[in-house]
Design a protein around this ligand. Structure first.
Ligand SMILES: [Zn+2]
Length: 50
């Protein structure tokens, strides 16, 4: 069974999905929820399966 972790490409933080922060962004289509790094706040998060 593969474990999926999330990795921040800005600061290198790595952790489980429930540790991510979420941010609501207003777009022309309405509001959108993005996952952000809890350490540096970057939305540049990538899912990595180990
Ligand atoms: Zn980060």
């Amino acid at each position: 069974m593969n474990e999926v972790v999330y990795k921040c490409r800005s600061c290198g933080w790595e952790g489980a999905a429930h540790l991510l922060e979420t941010d609501t962004v207003e777009t022309c289509m309405g509001s959108d929820v993005v996952e952000t790094c809890p350490k540096c706040g970057s939305p540049d998060i990538r899912a990595v399966s180990k």
